[in-house]
Unconditional design. Structure first.
Lengths: 88, 202
């Protein structure tokens, strides 16, 4: 989610995401499928940038996905910002 | 070497597409298309292996729970029948005359146990298709067995326990036909998926 949230408007590709997140394809694709099932991710076939190559399946966060990513980011950041011993 | 790695990667993603459940087929196509955008051959191979793993895992997840239960139920019942037969067979071996068994009967029992064990193994390892193949082979062997017994009864009309052997052959046929029916029912189970939905959502 963090990788997507960095540039939420951009369409991203599987191999690029795999390199960026250091996740192997066997880990990355089940995550992408789960995000798509939850309506957090949209996918579409997009023409390749280089001629002669096949179209690629591209992904980006939906509006719901962007909100979920921000929420996740906030929830991971907040405990670190909270002073030691403070209650929620 | 590099060309071979690339060919292997392409073959792996093709196989990944074959085992991916139908509702996830677009994802398999997505993974296959991505391979053409990976310039490094070793990286493409790693990617293809991950795609294969993803498809296999999705296939396992989509397996109908009831179907799995039925499949492993047949494996368990068949294994138990084979184990029970093996125990009886071993008990009868040393003093077969006392148990009313003669060498041909022991042979038929042994074959039945072997058929059942092979069928359980085939179903557990390869699914209903393998079970059906194993049962067809066993039916052919049993038919040969029955033909041999019939020939023996013609050549030796007064042979002892002939009716008993025939009964064993018929029982073997009954067991194998039950297994064949189970295999065919499991094989055609996906066609009846609508019935499950109908029962659940009514």
């Amino acid at each position: 989610l963090r990788a997507f949230a960095a540039r939420p408007e951009d369409w991203r590709y599987g191999y690029d995401l795999s390199r960026e997140t250091a996740l192997r394809s066997g880990t990355l694709y089940p995550l992408l499928m789960r995000l798509a099932d939850q309506g957090l991710l949209e996918a579409e076939w997009r023409p390749a940038a280089e001629p002669g190559r096949p179209p690629r399946h591209a992904y980006r966060l939906t509006g719901l996905g962007v909100r979920a990513a921000r929420e996740a980011e906030r929830s991971t950041r907040e405990p670190a910002l909270r002073p030691a011993g403070a209650r929620a | 070497m590099s060309r071979r790695l690339r060919t292997l990667s392409e073959e792996l993603v093709r196989q990944a597409g074959r085992i991916m459940p139908a509702e996830r087929r677009a994802w398999a196509e997505a993974m296959a298309a991505e391979i053409d955008h990976i310039d490094s051959d070793p990286a493409a191979l790693g990617y293809a292996l991950g795609a294969l793993w993803t498809s296999a895992f999705q296939g396992l997840r989509s397996m109908n729970g009831l179907m799995s239960l039925a499949r492993y139920g047949v494996v368990a019942a068949t294994s138990l029948a084979a184990a029970a037969g093996a125990v009886l067979w071993l008990r009868a071996m040393p003093g077969y005359a006392a148990a009313g068994l003669t060498p041909p009967a022991i042979l038929i029992c042994g074959l039945l146990i072997a058929y059942l064990a092979a069928a359980a193994w085939a179903l557990g390892r390869g699914g209903p298709e393998r079970l059906i193949q194993a049962v067809w082979a066993a039916l052919a062997l049993n038919t040969l067995n029955a033909a041999g017994l019939s020939l023996a009864s013609v050549l030796q009309p007064g042979a002892a326990h002939h009716a008993y052997f025939q009964a064993l052959v018929i029982e073997t046929y009954a067991a194998l036909i039950a297994l064949l029916a189970a295999g065919m029912a499991l094989q055609s189970a996906p066609r009846w998926a609508w019935l499950r939905g109908w029962v659940i959502y009514r």
